[in-house]
Design a binder for this molecule. Structure first.
Ligand code: HEM
Length: 422
């Protein structure tokens, strides 16, 4: 049966709607942030509003872009900005807490790690290497995604959230220079989650004891990266960083930043995208052999899920944001989730407002460095699902559970099996 495509949500108000897509997306968001999510959403009908304890909240895409591009007045370094959170844990030079010429130079140096070829190698390397014992992988050592295809095609129920977690963990192992064994993948993912789980929107930084814990966790995680860097083996990412001219400190900072920014976002996006496609009757088209259609559906999935729901900036010098005066030292919270979802629920057939396009990956000099890797990881999972679909059957969603207490809203489990599309 060909699915018909049911758009959810209200394009006028940005409300998620009462269809299964809207209901489940709300559950996922509220399970992660029972207080901060409703607080952010309550600001959504005003382009800019000052919210006590949170900051100046921006819910309009065009104004958000103006802030992200105005480097004279808004910065990732300063009170209330990401530097407050991450500098004590990662050190002062890890892209997401830098500005200016040094930031641009480090981005240039890291660029080749995200070339199409490099990300292909990282994703396929993670998969080939993800052998027996890797969470979600088969006893034949065939890798997480081939195993996902095989089990689905054999009529089994699989947990997509677990498979994507294993895949994302294997990519991180590749980055830190570890073979993705069961233990390595599990501890990489739980290390990343331990650290990001400490972040709360109403607190500007981590407590002293959280910083100590986060540093210890990160040190354990990046220890193999340090060894790989020192060995200088260009087959490993840390070895390539050395080849690219990065100092050991810069390379370890970058590895830490990749782990913190690049794991939970993927874990969040892929199962939610597949769930939304199921709930709106888009699965057949998402998995069809049509790259342009898939790209549109994935981008629309990014627009409605917004795996990075907010971006923080510190006001460097007195300015106005959408007409509201802001003072140096104040915090601006770009509510990306409000900006992106203002157009309503998932509908890949609706043209995307240029102000919103790609805002889910940011804008300006801090635009997501890992976007090519993210897209390659999504494609790899969708290819694995498409390979299992046959005889008009597609993966359909069974039982699912939202994850609680995580920084990036996600499914804790999402059961899939082959069946007739809705
Ligand atoms: C669906 C997946 C992802 C989404 C939605 C996403 C979103 C974002 C956003 C919105 C920013 C900008 C934040 C700001 O300006 O405050 C960002 C920055 C960044 N992302 Fe991603 N990201 C994703 C995946 C990844 C992956 C897989 C990696 C790679 C390991 C990665 C690495 C980075 C880095 C290093 C930065 C900081 C760049 C800088 O400050 O110059 N991201 N990401």
């Amino acid at each position: 049966m060909v699915d018909g495509g049911r758009a959810g949500g209200d394009a006028r108000t940005g409300d998620p709607g009462t269809g299964a897509e809207g209901v489940w997306e709300e559950r996922v968001q509220r399970a992660a942030h029972p207080l901060a999510y409703p607080a952010l959403r309550s600001a959504r009908r005003r382009p800019v509003v000052r919210v006590p304890r949170i900051g100046v909240v921006v819910s309009d895409a065009a104004i958000a872009r103006e802030v992200l591009l105005d480097l004279d007045h808004f910065s990732k370094v300063g009170p209330g900005a990401p530097s407050d959170l991450w500098t004590p844990v990662l050190g002062p030079s890890v892209l997401l807490n830098m500005e200016g010429a040094e930031h641009a130079a480090l981005r240039r140096a890291l660029g080749p790690l995200f070339s199409p070829r490099a990300v292909r190698e990282l994703v396929s390397g993670a998969d080939v290497a993800g052998g027996a014992g890797t969470p979600g992988a088969g006893a034949d050592g065939g890798g997480v995604l081939p195993d996902l295809t095989r089990r689905l095609a054999a009529g089994e129920k699989v947990d997509l959230a677990a498979a994507v977690t294993a895949q994302a963990g294997a990519v991180i192992c590749g980055m830190v220079g570890l073979p993705p064994t069961d233990d390595a993948v599990r501890s990489a993912m739980s290390a990343a989650r331990t650290i990001t789980g400490m972040v709360r929107l109403h607190r500007h930084g981590l407590t002293r004891s959280q910083v100590v814990r986060a540093r210890a966790v990160l040190e354990r995680l990046t220890a193999p990266a340090r060894v790989a860097y020192r060995a200088g083996d260009p087959a490993t990412v840390p070895g390539r960083m050395r080849d690219l001219g990065l100092s050991e400190r810069e390379a370890m900072g970058a590895v830490g930043a990749f782990v913190l920014t690049g794991t939970e976002t993927i874990q969040s996006l892929v199962p939610r995208l597949v769930a939304i496609a199921h709930d709106t009757g888009w699965t057949t088209r998402l998995l069809a052999d049509d790259a342009a259609l898939r790209r549109r559906a994935v981008e629309e999935g990014l627009r409605v899920t917004v795996p990075t729901p907010a971006m923080l900036r510190s006001v460097r010098a007195d300015a106005t944001v959408g007409g509201l005066p802001v003072a140096a030292g104040e915090r601006v919270v770009i509510a990306t989730v409000n900006c992106c979802r203002a157009a309503g629920g998932f509908d890949p057939d609706r043209p995307v407002d240029p102000a919103v396009r790609h805002l889910w990956f940011g804008a300006g000099p801090h635009f997501c460095l890992g976007m090519p890797l993210a897209m390659a990881q999504v494609d790899a999972v969708l290819d694995a699902l498409a390979a299992a679909a046959s005889d008009g059957r597609v993966p359909v969603v069974g039982r699912r559970r939202a994850a609680r207490g995580v920084l990036v809203p996600a499914y804790r489990s999402l059961e899939l099996s082959l069946g007739e599309s809705a």
